[in-house]
Write a protein that binds this ligand. Structure first.
Ligand code: C5P
Length: 403
């Protein structure tokens, strides 16, 4: 996840019955661009399983201080440094008391002492416990130390009481930490090519390639999520259509070229993920070629380079290309970045056991003028998100420089 766009939030879950609402809270926080990691107290694990939080946050959940396996990954001090926000929801009376006293007898209270993060508390407890002078004094101590207190509210309680002590609803907690922002690509028009092309030899045969279109479709989905209006020009694939404003289905490179060149004026960002055939049969046969001859030669002619032509337009959009290479990946990609006049290129190694065209996973090295970033092996869906965030970052930087 890009650390430039998303804030790092550690969610502490203590043992109140409203812990079940914190599952939804993770989702709401992620919708607002937070990367969320979860720490639970032992009491919280009696109410809800760490696996549930792991599934919604996408990260392993920490529950113990002295956990050799977890500590070998990101130890608790690193975790405390990683966090920009420490949100505790629900915060029980007991947890607030231990925090106020500076006790560090479990992972969560240790993190409270070890972090510089902004601490936010969403208290939840029985109304008597909330009103108790000990709780109120602890609350004031924590507030005076800079903690932000979110709620609680008055209402029906799980124990049957009515009064103050109900945890704020997840959406209200998430909103008070960060309101849902306008998506980063709102109003940005994206033209994206994806999939393979097919170059006919005769009415039944074609020259093709191994592109599945997965990377391009995953990227189209993420760009739509980020608020862009996406036009997808796609070669033949088996994939379900992303929520784009227009899907143009093509077969050949020439059709893809025409579809793209007719739409460049209404486009701010051009992303070429398609595996376009470089050559096509010079004269496809009108009828099925018979196997009479012992040998058959094909004469191929060059297809237009769609990406290079878009980048060479007088007023080009921000252009992003892909380079699938079998060797010297980075050098070849850097050459293409320059020779095609691109703003950015994403390079990957193909023909290896891991990653590449037909795989679910891939890794990329992203290059631009004066910069690079490695995106390690991960699913194409996650990779698309990482790449899209990087594209947003570079696109915005270019726009900031030109305005
Ligand atoms: O030169 P090469 O084919 O390796 O460049 C790959 C990049 O150029 C990809 O982004 C691909 O979508 C784009 N391309 C194109 N038209 C072509 C060939 C490649 O848009 N005819």
């Amino acid at each position: 996840m890009s650390q430039h766009l998303d804030s790092r939030l550690l969610l502490g879950v203590s043992g109140g019955i409203s812990a079940y609402k914190s599952v939804d809270l993770v989702r709401r926080l992620k919708e607002r661009g937070f990367e969320v990691r979860v720490v639970m107290t032992q009491a919280a694990t009696a109410l809800i399983t760490p696996l549930t939080f792991q599934a919604v946050s996408g990260h392993p959940v920490r529950t113990r201080l002295f956990d050799p396996v977890a500590e070998a990954g990101m130890d608790h001090i690193e975790l405390a440094r990683w966090a920009e926000w420490l949100l505790i929801a629900p915060a029980t009376a007991d947890l607030m008391a231990r925090m106020a006293a500076g006790i560090a007898d479990d992972l969560l209270t240790t993190l409270v002492l070890a972090t510089d993060a902004q601490v936010c508390l969403a208290p939840a407890m029985n109304q008597h416990m909330w009103r108790h002078p000990a709780t109120q004094e602890n609350l004031e101590t924590l507030r005076a130390r800079g903690a932000r207190i979110l709620g609680p509210i008055d209402g029906d309680q799980a124990c049957g009481d009515v009064g103050p002590g109900r945890m704020l609803e997840p959406i209200e907690i998430a909103e008070s930490i960060r309101p849902r922002a306008e998506p980063p690509l709102a109003g940005v028009r994206v033209l994206l090519t994806a999939g393979p092309t097919r170059e006919p030899l005769d009415p039944v045969r074609y020259l093709g390639n191994r592109s599945s279109g997965r990377m391009g479709y995953a990227l189209a989905n993420v760009l739509c999520d980020l608020g862009a209006q996406v036009i997808l020009v796609s070669g033949p694939t088996e994939l379900p259509a992303p929520p784009v404003v227009e899907l143009v289905s093509v077969e050949t490179a020439a059709e893809m070229h025409a579809a793209v060149m007719g739409r460049t004026t209404a486009c701010d960002l051009f992303v070429a993920t398609a595996a376009v055939a470089d050559y096509r049969p010079a004269s496809p046969a009108a009828h099925k070629i018979k196997k009479d001859a012992a040998e058959l030669s094909l004469r191929l002619i060059r297809n237009p380079d769609i990406l290079a032509q878009v980048a060479a337009l007088p007023n080009p959009p921000f252009t992003v290309g892909f380079a699938a290479e079998t060797r010297e990946v980075e050098r070849a990609a850097r050459d293409k970045l320059t020779s095609k006049g691109l703003d950015m290129i994403a390079a990957n190694q193909v023909g290896e056991p891991l990653g590449g065209f037909e795989s679910e996973d891939n890794a990329l090295t992203v290059l631009w003028d004066g910069g690079r970033r490695d995106l390690p092996m991960m699913t194409k869906t996650r990779l698309a998100r990482e790449l899209a965030l990087l594209i947003v970052e570079r696109y915005r930087e270019r726009h900031a420089a030109s305005t």
